[in-house]
Design a protein around this ligand. Structure first.
Ligand code: SF4
Ligand SMILES: [Zn+2]
Length: 468
């Protein structure tokens, strides 16, 4: 049987960071301009043919250089101690293992995968079959303790991939549904994943029953299962600790864990806020939530959407802003699963504060959006600029409009108060101001809505007790 060392290309973790630019690419598989998915299934041993690697549809040598093809990766495994609840975590490893293969690039996850094969690899004789062998061997190597038999199927045939994507989505949905049966109050432990620290060194993913990982592939159940089969791995439990703010989702156990594993870079996390102490984002989020100050609301854009957001930037630019593993108030990477959570951005107002989403995304998470808000959230068909968005929101009476009114009223009230206060305030000569012991003036001067004009301002420091 073919082993890793027999393959025409090298397979090792050192190829993980390898990027294949379009100029070096032989073909592209799945990705935003085509389609595809990946799936890991746990089955009974008699349902699979151990060690089989199959390619359904054209392999690389039957593809045309520079073209795109649909792509599906299906790994099926059996094992006495292998339970269905590990599927999500093992599936997430497909990304990592594919990237071990020299000349093969794998981005994202689930039905958002995007792969490329380099010209160099093809010249060396690389075929998809070799990718299948690499996956088989790497899974056996890493999870030999639980995997007794494994089979890998790679699909490039359009109809087969289409069918496969449908089926995969059904399974993702079931997994995510199961995850929603629990909430943060029901458990004492959350999980942390550090897998993405290889490229976002201060990024710590906190996974709770209400907040599946931002890459969308690890729910709280998945994390628990992952720890069970791989206790030395990048996913491990943390004490939830005391809940410091239930709306914000602030827990002292989370703060402590994040501080420790970000090497002190992140001190505090509000799990359910985009504006204050937001969760960090690496780069693999399924969607990004971004604050639009002009309307005091949030836009959400996912990877699938190719156009511009009302901020005049596409997903890729916003993703660049949000990613890197630092806290960026006003930006937070999220998964579809988190959008479906009851606690989604609850500290900031939740769905009532969401004002813009691509049409396809809105449709995808429709069941999570409160009915009365569905038509009030603009899409690219309603608004492509902030001005258009403002108009749309006013027209449909989106709840954020009330916030604008409140804000305006507050400003007005503040101005009135200031005026009244100015009228009532007895005038005081400077000499009368209370003087603190030691001679220094100890007053706080607050200027509200004041304009100060001066030709020159001189500020001098005077020694209190004279020189010396
Ligand atoms: S995004 Fe988070 S949960 Fe997903 S692999 Fe990276 S660190 Fe782990
Ligand atoms: Zn990541």
């Amino acid at each position: 049987m073919t082993s890793l060392s027999d393959l025409p290309v090298d397979v090792s973790p050192r190829h993980e960071g390898e990027r294949i630019r379009s100029g070096d690419m032989y073909v592209e598989l799945a990705g935003p301009k085509s389609f595809g998915a990946e799936l890991f299934r746990v089955v009974d041993e008699d349902e699979l043919e151990p060690d089989k690697v199959e390619v359904i549809g054209p392999d690389i040598d039957e593809m045309e250089e520079g073209e795109r093809y649909p792509f599906g990766i299906l790994v099926r495994a059996a094992g006495e101690d292998l339970e269905e609840d590990v599927e999500g975590v093992l599936e997430r490893r497909i990304h990592e293992f594919c990237n071990y293969v020299e000349g093969f690039m794998h981005l994202n996850q689930r039905d958002q995968i995007w792969c490329r094969v380099s010209k160099d690899a093809v010249e060396k004789g690389f075929r998809l079959e070799h990718l299948g062998i690499a996956l088989r061997e790497l899974f056996k190597e890493e999870f030999g303790n639980v995997i007794d038999a494994i089979e890998v199927t790679l699909m490039t045939d359009e109809d087969r991939v289409k069918e496969f994507v449908e089926k995969a989505r059904e399974i993702y949905r079931k997994r995510d549904e199961r995850a929603r049966e629990l909430s943060e109050e029901d458990v004492d432990e959350f999980y942390v994943c550090l897998m993405c620290q290889s490229f976002a060194p201060t990024h710590v993913c906190v996974i709770t029953p209400d907040r599946p990982s931002l890459c969308g592939s690890i729910t709280w159940h998945d994390a628990k299962a992952a720890y069970k089969i791989d206790p030395e791995g990048p996913i491990f439990p943390i004490e939830k600790g005391e809940c410091l703010d239930p709306e914000a989702g602030e827990y002292d156990g989370v703060n402590e864990a994040v501080r420790e594993h970000s090497q002190g870079a992140v001190e505090r996390v509000y799990l359910h806020s985009c504006l204050e102490h937001p969760h960090t984002s690496c780069g693999c989020f399924q969607a990004v939530v971004f604050y639009i100050p002009e309307v005091d609301g949030f836009g959400i854009v996912d990877r699938e959407y190719q156009g511009d957001t009302p901020l005049g930037m596409p997903f890729s630019t916003l993703a660049g802003e949000a990613s890197g593993g630092e806290q960026k108030p006003g930006f937070v990477g999220v998964s579809y699963g988190y959008m479906e959570s009851d606690k989604f951005l609850q500290y900031d107002g939740g769905w009532e504060r969401v004002v813009w989403m691509p049409k396809a995304l809105k449709e995808r998470v429709k069941h999570a959006i409160p009915d009365e808000l569905y038509d009030k959230i603009a899409t690219e068909e309603d608004a492509t600029t902030v001005e258009e968005l403002r108009e749309f929101l006013e027209e449909v009476e989106h709840p954020v409009v009330e916030r604008w009114e409140e804000e305006e009223e507050e400003v007005e009230a503040e101005e009135e108060r200031a005026e009244e206060a100015a009228e009532e305030r007895p005038t005081m000569e400077l000499e009368e101001l209370p003087v603190a012991p030691g001679g220094g003036l100890n007053v706080k001067i607050v200027l509200k809505n004041a304009k100060i004009y001066a030709e020159r301002v001189i500020i001098k420091r005077e020694d209190r007790e004279g020189k010396g």
